[in-house]
Structure formats: C-alpha cells, structure tokens
Ligand binder design. Structure first.
Ligand SMILES: CC(C)(COP(=O)(O)OP(=O)(O)OC[C@H]1O[C@@H](n2cnc3c(N)ncnc32)[C@H](O)[C@@H]1OP(=O)(O)O)[C@@H](O)C(=O)NCCC(=O)NCCS
Length: 130
C-alpha cells in the first residue's frame, strides 16, 4: 500500500485510468475531469444512502494536493460524513497508483461534496433513515 501514515477512508467508489484525452493543453490531467469523476463517486455514494435520486448542490471544498499523470490508476474513495434533513455531505478523496509504482497509493485530491435527495419531480425530499 502506501508508505505514509494516512490510509484511504470510505469505500472505493470508482477505479479508472487517467487517459491522454483527459489532459489540459500542458499535458497534465485536467482538474475538471477529476472533479467530474469525484462528483460521480460522491453521487453513487449519496444515491445509495438516499435510496434514490440525488442532485449535486454544492462543493464545499476541494484541494488538489499533487498532479495526476497520464497512465495513473485513479482510485476514488467516498463516504457519507453528514446527513441533514434533505442533504448529504460526502467526503471524496482521490488516491493514485503511478505507472512506475503500482500498488503504492498517493493521495492527490480531497473534497467535500453536498448532494440533496430529490424525487421524481426533481424536488427535494427527506433522506430516509438508514
Ligand atoms: C436540489 C434542489 C432541488 C434543492 O432545492 P432548494 O430549494 O434549493 O433546497 P434548499 O435551499 O432548501 O437546500 C436543501 C438542502 O441542501 C443544503 N444546501 C443547499 N445548497 C447548499 C450548499 N451550497 N452547500 C451546502 N449545503 C447546501 C441546505 O442546507 C439543505 O440541507 P438540509 O435539508 O439537510 O437542511 C435545487 O437546489 C436544485 O434543483 N438545484 C440544482 C441541482 C442540479 O441541477 N445539480 C447538478 C448541477 S449540473
């Protein structure tokens, strides 16, 4: 795993590969692509806990700690950290395995995403008890 004291928390929600198509003009992985993947990972986690549709209403914080490179294996972990009346706060962390060092996880990005449970008319609804 990784040499650092910190380990991934939450559940692995998405595991994918950083591709050349996801780069910015400088050839680094585009932050917007990573944010989209984090939104998906948070959405899957929120959907599961809310037992149905959710919508992203806010990103409370995002911190890009290290770059993501083409060829990195991108592991996105997500966990519910707060449940309100209709909202869920999901902690979403991204850990990569570099091509040169597979199986060693490096934390590259951390974020806090807010979702709201919605009904079939896209109106907010209470998060059901677990
Ligand atoms: C989701 C939606 C129906 C919520 O309706 P709303 O009337 O705005 O709801 P509220 O203002 O009462 O907020 C609902 C909950 O979200 C929380 N919330 C809303 N915006 C927030 C933000 N920016 N940060 C943190 N929490 C937020 C509120 O505190 C509330 O939480 P609670 O019920 O647990 O106390 C509506 O905002 C919406 O449709 N937004 C667009 C969502 C969307 O399209 N997302 C995809 C973007 S491409």
């Amino acid at each position: 795993m990784n040499d650092d004291a910190e380990q991934p928390s939450g559940r692995l929600a998405i595991r994918t590969l950083a591709m050349p198509a996801d780069t910015n003009p400088r050839g680094d992985i585009f932050g917007g692509w990573l944010l989209g993947q984090m939104d998906l990972a948070g959405g899957i986690t929120a959907w599961s806990r809310a037992n149905g549709r959710v919508a992203t209403v806010g990103i409370e914080s995002v911190r890009f700690l290290h770059p993501v490179n083409v060829g990195d294996v991108v592991n996105i972990y997500a966990e519910v950290v707060r449940i309100g009346t209709t909202s869920l706060t999901i902690k979403v962390d991204v850990w990569v395995e570099r091509r040169s060092q597979l199986h060693r996880l490096v934390k590259v990005t951390e974020g806090m995403f807010i979702f709201v449970a919605i009904d079939e008319k896209s109106q907010k609804r209470p998060v059901p008890p677990s």
